[in-house]
Ligand binder design. Structure first.
Ligand SMILES: [Zn+2]
Length: 507
């Protein structure tokens, strides 16, 4: 096992008196759609994360962690490769072939590596997320539940077309069709048949099986969980565990179908908001329960004392706070860009960080330095370990970037207009390139972002944050001829060409 790259680091660890002879192993858990203000270890009144709250006592907890992009496909390159989402070219999605990530870095250093991703296609091997992993399981080839969608027959499609020709009739059709679907779908006895993603226990089971197989090698394990992602099917145990209203599987299906309706406005949707939030919160609780099980197993495998653990999310979720649902790209509200972050390093007491924004761009460098490991040159973020370990406070800004691209599988959509957000502790500047607009929010005075400040107010703040935006774009525009851009385009051709042709021409 070659630790060459860590030789200095191991010596440093010795000087710190941690008594280490080999590097720590690392578990990274990311959760889809988990907003910071719904985890109890950051103050949410409902006990969604009691286990993580106990782990937070011995961890670094960062209350103002800001993602680098929204949604999933703009966020993960920032978490795993410490680079802004559009820096490889606007039309490149995911990890580019040959790009250094946490996984490739740990692998290069001799770690055993594995990734278990709960069937999110945007974090699959298609987009390069398997790179660097000895074992990578994305669960996309396994049958999950049928989901909650209705079945449209030929006849009712024809009826729909007819009704849409007369606007009031269109609304009547939608209402009747929704009710019809609720009546004709068969009763279900378990939410397992309704889920579109494997639940956290299934993913953790696979991870534990792998952990039991690798012996005493240092390892890097990445687990991505989808339980708080819509449709929300948490199951009764999680709902019961914090006293939320219980919901039968059929009721859960009804709530998800209702919440997914595009034909009714926020006022009607709001009638079911609290019930839907019960389901969402219970999904978080289920993640917390599985985190407890994962750590228990690490303890019983005698791995926990030498294992660092990081827990975060790729973005949050909207529940009509600003009229929206789910996590559409282009929205930069706090419920979408602020996520939890907890990092447990063995033998260190941890602590709670200040309210300064901490960008996901700095996550990987900070984690590596916390473990006294070298940081790859390609990582664009900066380690904030000095601030974390000394409790220093310095003014920071976080930049969030996305494009108004709803489906990155369509290459033409990837060139959709950019949206950029510059978030300081107090102010947030949002630039919508399509509309050529700039909005400045004062988060101290208006934490719910109800009203942007008038244009003539805070000119100096605008200028200062705009300068960050200018530098960001200047530093992250990569020439088209870059080898990474070219490789990413070739990878896609391989997917679009027939298999035989791609094998002969590209391999
Ligand atoms: Zn996501």
């Amino acid at each position: 096992m070659g630790w060459g790259i860590f030789e200095d680091s191991i010596e440093t660890l010795g000087r710190r008196g941690r008594g280490m002879s080999a590097p720590f192993s690392v578990v990274l858990v990311t959760v889809d759609c988990l907003r910071a203000d719904h985890v109890s270890f950051l103050g949410y009144e409902r006990p969604t994360t009691p286990f993580l709250a106990s782990l937070a006592q011995e961890s670094f907890v960062v209350p103002n962690t800001i993602v680098g992009g929204v949604p999933t496909y703009y966020s993960f390159p920032v978490i795993l490769a410490s680079r802004p989402p559009l820096a490889m070219g606007r039309d490149v999605v995911g990890i580019t072939p040959g790009e250094t990530t946490l996984a490739t870095w740990f692998k290069q250093c001799g770690y055993s590596t594995a990734g278990f991703v709960a069937a999110n296609p945007y974090v699959s091997s298609k987009f390069g997320y398997d790179q660097g992993f000895d074992k990578f399981q994305d669960f996309l080839d396994q049958p999950i539940g049928a989901g909650s969608g209705g079945v449209r027959t030929k006849m009712n499609r024809a009826l729909e077309r007819f009704c849409r020709g007369f606007k009031p009739l269109g609304a009547v059709y939608d209402e009747l069709y929704f009710r019809y679907c609720q009546r004709v779908v068969p009763q279900v006895s378990s939410v397992d048949s309704l889920r579109q993603y494997p639940a956290a226990d299934v993913v953790v089971d696979s991870a534990l099986e792998w952990l039991a197989s690798i012996g005493s090698d240092p390892f890097f394990l990445w687990i991505h969980l989808m339980d708080p992602h819509a449709p929300y099917y948490p199951g009764e145990a999680a709902l019961r565990s914090f006293g939320a209203r219980t919901s039968s599987p059929s009721r859960q299906r009804y709530l998800n179908s209702f919440w997914n309706r595009s034909d009714i406005g926020p006022n009607r949707l709001r009638l079911k908001r609290e019930s839907v939030l019960d389901l969402y919160d219970a999904g978080i609780r289920w993640v917390d329960m599985q985190m407890a099980r994962l750590v228990d197993s690490l303890r019983s495998l005698d791995l926990w004392n030498r294992c660092a653990l990081a827990f975060t999310a790729d973005h949050g979720e909207e529940f009509l706070e600003h009229g929206g649902r789910f996590h559409a790209p282009g929205t930069m509200k706090e419920e979408l860009i602020r996520v939890p972050l907890l990092v447990r390093i063995p033998d260190l007491p941890g602590g709670r960080m200040s309210r300064q924004p901490f960008s996901h761009l700095d996550f990987a460098p900070t984690l590596l330095e916390a473990l006294s490991l070298q940081v790859p040159d390609s990582f664009r973020g900066r380690s904030r370990w000095r601030e974390w370990s000394n409790g220093d406070d310095c003014e920071l800004v976080a930049i969030v970037e996305s494009a108004e691209c709803v489906n990155p599988n369509r290459s033409e959509e990837r060139l959709a207009p950019r949206v950029l957000c510059i978030r300081s502790e107090r102010y947030k500047l949002v630039l919508h390139f399509a509309q050529d607009t700039m909005e400045l929010f004062d988060l101290y005075e208006d934490p719910a972002e109800k009203q942007p400040l008038p244009d003539h107010v805070e000119a100096n703040t605008r200028r200062r944050l705009l300068e960050y935006a200018r530098q960001h774009i200047e530093n992250n525009s990569m020439p088209r001829a870059s080898k990474f851009w070219l490789r990413a385009r070739l990878r896609e051709l391989r997917f679009y060409l027939p298999k035989a042709a791609s094998a002969s021409s590209l391999n």
